[in-house]
Design a protein around this ligand. Structure first.
Ligand code: HPA
Length: 274
């Protein structure tokens, strides 16, 4: 067994020993979803720094812990704090938690993020369901020896984002009176926000929004056969003629405002019976 697979299994064993019933559903509490953690009942928490082989997050405003508990009647595993490529982690580290989820038997993953909108119909504060992505990260998370036990060498990506869950999200948003956009997410390494020419380029190649996360995790989840749903909060605009200065604080402010509606949709999706 290679060292990477061994470290994944060791980590999964540790978690299994600590938590008796492991859920089938996991959520990465990215931007816009932080407060969902407060709704999780009967919480059991492990800090990343106490989990063998688990990376530890470094970004301001992102703490690192695994939360296991119940949302409604549904048991879930929540990751508070994720690992970004721009922090300096290699792709194996960025996607390590997803491999561990697979070892734990998780088969459905929900993800949120912040993104800059290139689609001229988007407004700051909109929510966008990700229907597809364009991977522009400079390193591929599946590069190197394939873990046959997890998935095939050349995985299909034709329906990376579950069409069923996307449809459900629209139904929920309709009932809740929440406007939803839907589009293609361009994943880039960051940490710079885009120049106006880059936003234009991403629009021309078919992107609706751009961000610095999610794509590596989704690729690995799909490699392992995990069903995925992902949603972005549009925190700034990269629309030609409307590109304004963008800062981390502005991104956080816009995300904070959109948080209640994002949480409402995700909470209902997460508690769907399978
Ligand atoms: N670009 C990249 N990542 C982002 C952006 C953006 O405009 N907004 C939030 N995350």
């Amino acid at each position: 067994m290679n060292d990477y697979l061994k470290s994944i299994k060791e980590c999964a064993e540790f978690i299994k020993d600590r938590f008796v019933d492991i859920p089938k559903t996991a959520v990465i509490l990215g931007t816009g979803l932080g407060k969902l953690a407060d709704d999780i009942k009967d919480q059991q928490i492990i800090n990343y720094c106490d989990i063998p082989n688990f990376p530890v997050s470094t970004v301001e405003g992102h703490s690192g812990k695994l939360i296991l508990g119940k949302l409604g009647n549904q048991p879930i595993l929540a990751m508070q704090g994720r690992f970004h490529f721009y922090e300096g982690y290699d792709m194996q580290k960025v996607t390590f938690p997803i491999r561990v989820m697979h070892e734990l038997g998780i088969n459905r993953l929900f993800v949120s993020n912040a993104a800059g909108g290139m689609n001229p119909n988007f407004e700051i504060g909109d929510l966008m369901i990700i229907k597809d992505h364009i991977n522009l990260f400079p390193e591929h998370p599946l590069r190197g020896r394939n873990i046959e036990e997890h998935g095939v060498r050349f995985p299909d990506m034709s329906d990376a984002y579950s069409p069923i869950l996307r449809e459900k999200a629209f139904e929920i948003a309709n009932e809740e009176g929440i406007k939803l956009q839907c589009g293609v997410y361009v994943g880039t390494q960051g940490p710079t926000f885009e120049t106006p020419a880059e936003y234009k380029y991403f629009r021309v190649i078919g992107g609706d929004a751009v961000g610095m996360s999610t794509v590596p995790e989704v690729i690995v989840a799909r490699h392992c056969g995990i069903e995925v749903f992902a949603m972005s909060v549009i925190t700034d605009l990269g629309v030609e003629g409307v590109v304004e200065k963008c800062s981390h604080e502005e991104v956080q402010r816009a995300a904070e405002e959109a948080q209640p509606k994002m949480t409402r949709i995700m909470r209902r999706l997460l508690t769907l019976e399978k």
